[in-house]
Design a protein. Structure first.
Length: 120
């Protein structure tokens, strides 16, 4: 029968073994990382790339992105509104739960249609 002292000694031995394995893994990762970084640098030099080239999406107005110019998301007009709750939907994407429930209850989509503002 093993004693508590034996179990604690075994636990300590396993803990040391775990630390040693973790250290080995970290050393391996570090050596791999250095190699990968060297490969990436060589490929970047071969293709004439810089770090700033990596920060912009390929083929997507890289000059504007590099200068920090971004486009504001466009606002989409509300197409449907629930007069009782004030919930709205633009008509894009999936129908919201409030609208799906109302349609299942027999209401018409036209009941929620928002009148377009008059053109000036």
């Amino acid at each position: 029968m093993t004693t508590l002292q034996d179990l604690r000694a075994k636990q300590e031995e396993l803990r040391k073994q775990q630390e040693e394995i973790a250290r080995s893994i970290e050393e391996f990762r570090s050596s791999q990382r250095a190699g990968v970084i060297a490969e990436i640098k060589a490929m970047m030099a071969q293709h004439g790339l810089t770090v700033s080239d990596l920060e912009t999406p390929a083929g997507r107005g890289s000059r504007a992105a590099a200068e920090g110019k971004t486009r504001e998301p466009s606002k989409v007009a509300i197409k449907y509104r629930d007069a009782e709750t004030g919930s709205t939907w633009t008509g894009r994407g999936l129908k919201p739960r409030w609208l799906t429930s109302a349609l299942e209850a027999g209401r018409s989509l036209d009941e929620f249609l928002v009148e377009a503002p008059a053109a000036e």
